[in-house]
Design a protein around this ligand. Sequence first.
Ligand SMILES: NC(=O)C1=CN([C@@H]2O[C@H](COP(=O)(O)OP(=O)(O)OC[C@H]3O[C@@H](n4cnc5c(N)ncnc54)[C@H](OP(=O)(O)O)[C@@H]3O)[C@@H](O)[C@H]2O)C=CC1
Ligand SMILES: CC(=O)N[C@@H](CCC(=O)OP(=O)(O)O)C(=O)O
Length: 312
Amino acid sequence: MTVKVFIDGAAGTTGLEIRERLADRSDVELLHIAEDRRKDADARAEMLNTADAVVLCLPDDAAREAVALIANDTTRVIDASTAHRTAPGWTYGFAEVEPGRRAELATSTRVSNPGCYPTGFLALVRPLVREGLLAADALLSVNATSGYSGGGKSMIAAFEHAHVPDATDTAFRIYGLGLGHKHVPEMQGHAGLAHPPIFLPAVARTYRGMLVEVPLHPLWLKGGLADVRDALVEAYRGSPVVHVETAGDQALLTLEQAAGTDRLELYVFGNAATGQLRLVAALDNLGKGAAGAAVQNLNLMCGLGETAGLRL
Ligand SMILES: NC(=O)C1=CN([C@@H]2O[C@H](COP(=O)(O)OP(=O)(O)OC[C@H]3O[C@@H](n4cnc5c(N)ncnc54)[C@H](OP(=O)(O)O)[C@@H]3O)[C@@H](O)[C@H]2O)C=CC1
Ligand SMILES: CC(=O)N[C@@H](CCC(=O)OP(=O)(O)O)C(=O)O
């Protein structure tokens, strides 16, 4: 069986990554649109209604428009944008984060691909809330740093080309200072938290890679480091993608350590005297944070091998 796949936004950063993962597969036929018509609504509508599955790698408004252009009830949609991540009728495409989610994805025609930062946050937090180890009314913060490809073509240009209007030569910058980042509702909602986490994102001068950290005060926890680690190990047992790593207190984690892969690496650090924990997720914003997750979702939705095309 060959699945016909159309990537709307195939010339963008995420679209190109997905193309690379699908290019050599014999179970997938990629449908292409002529370069001069890639933003033409008629040309896109034709592809969106011909394909068995479409992956939307577009800004939010264009993603909503693409969904509206689909005039049949068989096309399977994976939306990589933020547009539908908390929308009713959409399945949140994070196979590992909830028991039964994999089976839901296998029958869904509308799947929202998780955001890169929420992928790290939810992987660390959701199993703990579900198991009652972390209070659902905990007041959390999330510190995270992304490679600059996380901002798509325009941010890549700003970091790489001195002549563009918003060119920057900075090594590291914090942003989202108004505390209204678009990923916060997604993090709160899918974690099952009563209060929005305070999200502190940053971007650094490296192309791809991401570290997402959640510091935990013992006030919010039932149990200590070993209990938290055991819960995460149990939640992701057997996963080819999500790994709970072992590292001593002297470990150094880097922004680039999962770059180029579709892996999601989780760590639990802590201090026995204070009971404080520091949970860390390392991933590639373009891997499990975007293209890797989209390909995994495509595989699950179309009955293909779950990890086909992934870089593990
Ligand atoms: N980069 C990342 O790490 C991640 C990105 N995402 C999400 O994925 C989506 C794509 O992001 P990213 O690849 O980074 O963005 P890019 O800006 O790199 O790519 C977006 C692409 O969409 C094209 N496009 C814009 N409007 C239309 C339209 N109306 N019709 C057809 N094509 C259109 C753009 O065209 P043109 O080339 O002419 O600009 C561009 O090629 C976004 O919603 C983003 O939030 C999600 C997780 C991580
Ligand atoms: C570095 C950087 O700017 N990152 C982007 C998020 C990239 C991403 O995850 O895209 P989605 O919003 O579709 O999930 C940001 O903070 O807006």
